[in-house]
Design a protein around this ligand. Structure first.
Ligand code: HEM
Length: 471
C-alpha cells in the first residue's frame, strides 16, 4: 500500500459554484458521495430537480442493468455531447437505434480479434520507446502527450487499418478545442439556454467539430475508394445494415461513429496510461515489481498475445490506476418516468450520476481509498468485491465496447515501456486534474524517463524497423 498526498488531487468544494463546474466539476460533487451510497446536489434553479449521485453498487446495478430500460443517458449530458456528435450515432442513440449499431461494431471487439491486435499495441509502444532511447535521457517528458500520440497511432492501425489514415497532429489539436467547450455546453444545457449560446471557446469548438467531421468523412471516402473489404471497425460500420429496417448509416452518422471510436478509443487509454506511469513513478517498488514480471514473462522479446494474460501483476497495476484516476469519471442516466432507485424516489427530471470518481474512493467500499495498492485486484480479493464497486468502463448493456481492447492495449504498452525505462517524478510538480469528458491531467504530466536495459533487451539485436529480433 503506497500513500502520497498527491493521490488526493483536490478536496470537495465547500460550496459548489458555477466557476467550479467549469474548472473541475468533480469538486462540486457532494462530500457524502465519498462516504455514503446516495447523495444529491440541488438543481441550478430553485424549482429544478436535484442531481442524484449513486455510489452504492446495488443501486448502480439497478440503474445500469436490472432496470436499464427505464433509463436513458441524462438529457443535459446528451445535449452537451450532441455539440460534438450526431444524436443518432452509437454513443448517443437509444433503444433500437442504438442496438443495431452496437451489434454491427461488436465483431471487431471479440477476444480473438483483439488478441491479434497485440502486436500492433507492442509496435506502437516500441515506436515511442525508440524515440525516448534516441533522446539524451533523464530529461522530463510529458507522458500524457506521449501516450496520446501512441494510442492515436494504435487507433489508426487497429480501427482505421492505416497508420497514415489521419493527419494526427491536426486531429489532436481539433479534439482538444472540441472537448474544451464541453463543460460550458453542459452548464448551458443545465440552465436550459439555447444551444447557440456563446461561451468561452464556443467558436473554436464549432470550428474544431467541423474539422473533425471533415477528417472522419475523408477517411470514409478513402476506404470506399480503395474498395477494401477489411472487417475492422471502419469496415464493419460501412457495411452495417439494421436487420429490422434494412437501414444503413447516413454519411453523417458514419462520420460521427468513426469520430467516436477514434476519440473514445485513444483519449481514455492515453489518460489511463499517463496516470499509471505517474503512479509508478511515485511508487518505485511497484514499478520494479512490474519490470520483474515483464522480464520473467516475456524476456527481451516484444510482448505478444500469449504474454498478456500472464502479466497478472501488471494488469492489477492498470486496474488500480483506473480506480484512482478513472479516465471517464462519470456515467449519466435519467429516468424515463418518475421512479425509485432502491428506496429513493427519483424525479424524471433529475440527472442520475453513476459517480465513478467518488465510487472508486468511497470509504465504505475501499480500505484507505486514496492509497495506491495494486494487490487490491489480486484475483481472490477482486472476487470478494461487489462487481459494481469498480466501474472504470461503466456497466450493463452500454458498458464500454472497447473495454477488453483498452485493457490489452494499456497492459501491452505499459509492459513494453516499464521494461526499458525507469520513470521518476519531477521534484516540485503536483498534478491537477482537469476533468472534462475525460480526466486529463491539467497542463500534462511531466516525468523523468531514464533508459535502462532490464532483461538485456537493449542489447538484443534489432532489425531495420527497430523491432527486437529473437534468436
Ligand atoms: C481506459 C480506456 C477506456 C475507458 C476508461 C472507457 C470508458 C467508457 C465508459 C465509462 C463508457 C460508458 C458510457 C456510458 O454508459 O454512458 C464507454 C463507452 C464507450 N466506449 Fe469506452 N472507454 C475506454 C476505451 C475505449 C476504447 C479503446 C474504445 C474503442 C476502440 C471505446 C469506445 C467506446 C464506445 C463506442 C462507447 C459507447 C458504447 C455504447 O454506448 O454502446 N472506449 N467507455
Amino acid at each position: 500500500m503506497f500513500r502520497d498526498p498527491d493521490f488526493t488531487p483536490f478536496q470537495p468544494a465547500e460550496r459548489p459554484s458555477y466557476a467550479t463546474a467549469v474548472r473541475n466539476y468533480l469538486q462540486n460533487w457532494p462530500p457524502a458521495s465519498y462516504r455514503e451510497g446516495f447523495s444529491t446536489l440541488p438543481g441550478v434553479w430553485k424549482s429544478s430537480a436535484p442531481t442524484v449521485f449513486l455510489t452504492d453498487p446495488e443501486l448502480i446495478q439497478e440503474v445500469l442493468v436490472d432496470r436499464a430500460e427505464h433509463f436513458t443517458r441524462a438529457r443535459i449530458s446528451a445535449r452537451a455531447f450532441s455539440a460534438l456528435m450526431d444524436p443518432a450515432s452509437l454513443f448517443l442513440a437509444e433503444g433500437a437505434d442504438w442496438r443495431w449499431q452496437r451489434r454491427a461494431a461488436a465483431p471487431a471487439f471479440r477476444h480473438e480479434t483483439l488478441l491479434a491486435l497485440v502486436p500492433i499495441f507492442a509496435e506502437c509502444a516500441e515506436a515511442q520507446a525508440r524515440e525516448w532511447r534516441s533522446a539524451a535521457g533523464g530529461e522530463a517528458v510529458d507522458v500524457h502527450e506521449a501516450m496520446t500520440r501512441t494510442t492515436l497511432a494504435v487507433i489508426c492501425q487497429a480501427v482505421l487499418g492505416d497508420p497514415a489514415a489521419l493527419d494526427r497532429e491536426a486531429f489532436l489539436a481539433s479534439l482538444t478545442a472540441a472537448f474544451g467547450g464541453f463543460s460550458w455546453q453542459a452548464l448551458i444545457a443545465a440552465f436550459g439556454l439555447p444551444r447557440w449560446t456563446p461561451h468561452p471557446g464556443y467558436f473554436e469548438m464549432r470550428a474544431a467539430v467541423a474539422r473533425l467531421n471533415a477528417e472522419a468523412a475523408k477517411v470514409i471516402a478513402a476506404r470506399r475508394a480503395a474498395g477494401s473489404t477489411r472487417r475492422d471497425v471502419l469496415g464493419l460500420l460501412l457495411s452495417a445494415r439494421d436487420p429490422e429496417t434494412g437501414r444503413v448509416m447516413t454519411d453523417r452518422e458514419l462520420a460521427s461513429n468513426l469520430f467516436t471510436f477514434i476519440a473514445a478509443g485513444h483519449e481514455t487509454a492515453a489518460i489511463g496510461l499517463a496516470w499509471t506511469l505517474w503512479l509508478l513513478a511515485k511508487d518505485q517498488a511497484t514499478q520494479e515489481r512490474v519490470r520483474e514480471e515483464v522480464v520473467r514473462i516475456a524476456g527481451a522479446r516484444d510482448i505478444g498475445p500469449e504474454d498478456v494474460d500472464a502479466l497478472v501483476f501488471t494488469r492489477q497495476v492498470v486496474q488500480e490506476s483506473l480506480r484512482l484516476f478513472p479516465p471517464a469519471p462519470t456515467v449519466t442516466r435519467q429516468a424515463k418516468e418518475d421512479t425509485r432507485i432502491g428506496p429513493h424516489p427519483i424525479s424524471r427530471k433529475s440527472s442520475v450520476f453513476v459517480a465513478i470518481w467518488s465510487l472508486h474512493r468511497n470509504e465504505r467500499l475501499w480500505d484507505e481509498p486514496a492509497a495506491f495498492d495494486p494487490d487490491r485486484f489480486a484475483p481472490e480479493k477482486a472476487k470478494a468485491r461487489h462487481r459494481f464497486a469498480y466501474l472504470p468502463f461503466g456497466g450493463g448493456p452500454r458498458v464500454c465496447i472497447g473495454m477488453s481492447f483498452a485493457m490489452l492495449e494499456i497492459t501491452t504498452i505499459l509492459a513494453t515501456l516499464a521494461r526499458d525505462f525507469r520513470f521518476t517524478t519531477v521534484p516540485g510538480f503536483r498534478p491537477e486534474v482537469a476533468p472534462n469528458i475525460t480526466l486529463r491531467p491539467k497542463g500534462g504530466l511531466p516525468l523523468r524517463v531514464e533508459r535502462i536495459s532490464a532483461g538485456g533487451r537493449d542489447a538484443a539485436p534489432r532489425d531495420q524497423a527497430g523491432a527486437t529480433t529473437i534468436h
